[in-house]
Design a protein around this ligand. Structure first.
Ligand code: TYM
Length: 332
């Protein structure tokens, strides 16, 4: 079986619809066909300031959400990044193979650093994509299911794998991005030209899976559309309506063509009302499952510890090989 790895940051109280449709939905499906490793990336989270208590809560809440969305800890290694020290160890090696200019060209760093001010931005934020490369390469992952916004980071991971292989002999699998075009970029409901993101200036366009379903339904009903009347999938000219159709299609398992036909004699209001209902039907039982996982934190921590153990078995093997190739002395 080919191997898959992906991760998600515990930096919000809830996952949003973009996280689920762009990434986690694929994680769940890939369990049927691949050997899967999924993690909550707490090391990445501390590249910006975190309150320790909140970080711990959000890390558990992230794991609970992954379980509630269908990550199966019997089939996948589900773990927390900081419990597998090999990520940080391999990261150091890869940092020494990355050019300063190369790291400086990462657009997510540039965006975040500009927002925070370069003096306040941490060096960890700068090396963030190299840690991500270590995450992927340490498992010899063949495929990495992510949303469109991670493409440049994956390109860096590929370059670093190839560079290491070229310099020290074939060591790493060169990973492929696994980006499903239909849902690779879910847009903000109020600003359908921008991706849905927790850091948007207004929260009105953001659907958080753990938010009050009534509030989410209301956000959908007040989504920005256009002055036309026709319900057609045309992302270029009808960004708002097309985004709603993408979300509807993914959640209800109906193609956008099927939805166009079903709504051919209906208005935007009908579409929004129905989609709001589909969303409520999805998040209500999801929230119940999350609560039940969080009711037994001891059990949740055990599941994660088991996942970390499985992950370490693979990661430590890669790291030993890497250390040997580089010329480090064996420890024993
Ligand atoms: P993060 O935590 O920002 O997001 C988790 C996943 O959600 C996807 N995503 C979206 N997809 C579609 N539309 C959107 N609006 C949208 N917003 C977010 C992201 O693309 C991502 O797949 N750097 C990563 C975490 C990471 C990682 C890794 C991923 C760390 N190490 C190794 C893969 C492999 C991140 O910040 O994701």
């Amino acid at each position: 079986r080919l191997r898959v790895l992906s991760g998600i940051q515990p930096t919000a109280d809830s996952f949003h619809l973009g996280n689920y449709l762009g990434a986690v939905r694929q994680w769940v499906r890939l369990q049927d066909t691949h050997d899967t490793f999924y993690m909550v990336v707490d090391l990445h989270a501390i590249t910006v300031e975190q309150d320790p208590k909140v970080l711990r809560e959000r890390t558990r809440a992230s794991a609970a959400q992954l379980l509630a969305l269908g990550v199966d800890p019997d089939r996948s290694a589900l773990f927390v990044q900081s419990q597998v020290p090999e990520h940080a160890q391999l990261c150091w090696v890869l940092q020494c193979l990355t050019g300063f200019g190369e790291a400086s060209r990462m657009t997510q760093f540039k965006d975040k650093a500009t927002k925070q001010g370069t003096d306040r931005a941490s060096v960890g934020l700068f090396t963030y994509p190299i840690l991500q490369a270590a995450d992927i390469l340490v498992y010899q992952a063949n495929a990495v299911p992510v949303g469109e916004d991670q493409r440049q980071h994956l390109e860096l991971s590929r370059n670093l794998a190839q560079r290491f292989n070229h310099r020290f002999g074939k060591t790493f699998v060169v990973p492929e991005p696994y980006i499903v075009a239909d849902t690779a970029k879910i847009f903000d409901l109020q600003d359908p030209e921008s991706k849905m993101s927790k850091s948007a200036s207004s929260q009105n366009g953001l659907i958080e899976l753990l938010d009050d379903p009534k509030r989410s339904a209301k956000k959908i009903r007040s989504a920005v559309t256009d002055t036309g009347r026709e319900i057609v999938f045309d992302p270029e000219h009808k960004a708002g309506v097309s985004n709603l159709l993408t979300i509807y299609s993914a959640l209800a398992g109906r193609s956008t063509a099927e939805l166009e036909a079903a709504y051919s004699d209906k208005g935007y209001g009908d579409l929004k009302k129905d989609l709001a209902e589909v969303l409520v039907q999805f998040v209500t039982p999801f929230q119940e499952r999350v609560r039940s996982y969080l009711d037994d934190v001891a059990e949740l921590d055990k599941v994660l510890a088991r996942g970390a153990e499985r992950a370490r078995a693979v990661a430590s093997e890669t790291l030993s090989l890497v250390y040997d190739r580089i010329g480090f002395l064996p420890a024993a």
